[in-house]
Design a protein around this ligand. Sequence first.
Ligand SMILES: [Fe+2]
Length: 393
Amino acid sequence: MIQSMTDASPAKWNLGHTTWFFETFILETAIPGYQPFRPGYRVIFNSYYNTVGEQHARPQRGMLSRPSLDEVREYRAHVDQQMTGLLAGGRLKAEQLAVVELGLQHEQQHQELLLTDIKHALAMNPLHPAYRQDAAPATATAAPAPLTWVDFAGGEDAIGAKGAGFCYDNEMPRHRRLIGAFRLASRPVTCGEYQEFMADRGYQRAELWLADGWATVQQHGWSAPLYWQAAGDDWRMQTLGGLRDVPPDEPLAHVSYYEADAYARWAGARLPEEAEWEHAAAGREVAGNFMESERFHPGGKLPQKDSEGSGGLTRMYGDVWEWTRSAYSAYPGYAPPPGAIGEYNGKFMCNQMVLKGGSCASPADHLRASYRNFFYPRMRWQFSGVRLAQDAE
Ligand SMILES: [Fe+2]
């Protein structure tokens, strides 16, 4: 039930909330006279849906000592059983089945949050416990290939979901974009490269930072990525496998948009536009270091798909979410769906930035080129990293 900060939720709450989603949006609408398992759960496990009603305040989720974990599991078993019955009956309409699928995709998002929220909670403990001893294993691989640039001529391209298979409303409508000539780095920025930025007084030089970024650095006294701590002249970091030396060759993670942007400026580059990233990833197989590798940490063996026929780009999917410099906003013609489901994505289209590609904590079949993750620029507890871009000459 630990809630280590407002942005994170207790594991028990994540479990109750994903269950609540199915109870509220499926069982209540599809079963005539359905009585909620416990009326109070409608409030405590409602995250942000004003259409559904009252919500327990997000920063207070860690105060929910009741229901117990056993009771939350009973709730889950009850809802699972009802859902199984409904699905077996085969009487759900197409629009209800679409909400079932949304509930499953929602649950995948919370599977990732479970890992990142647990990591944050464990990092707050001075004993630096491991989530799993075998997580974040050191890799004996050779240093990553030197960073090279992959050129794209740009032109007019369509971005957004193609409409084959599931997508979120925020990926629609697919529309045309004019993309200038650009180049993308062949791989994400590594921890070692970021240490060069730190050694060059990156965190002390205002000229490298956006105004809001510089203010945030001052306010929080940032001098390194989240989870890093100085150990003499070296750095150690909290991983899901406990406290480890910072491996210079692994993709950098747990930086804010502000840090990603400052690093890019220092490196004589910039962050990619969302459309550039999507253009570069189009037609590429979604393969990489995802949750299923059970590494729960960026890096490790280069995916097979990257070694052959990758067009020079590696680790586009998995490892770390890549910050883009595109604001999270509505595509032309976007309209949120009617009702409570319309609150899922649409109302957050302000003040957040888009991230692409998924992370080592994302379920593998959750991603695609058009997928739009979004976080506030100050946020660092997701596996968020950096891929550099440049304008082509
Ligand atoms: Fe949720």
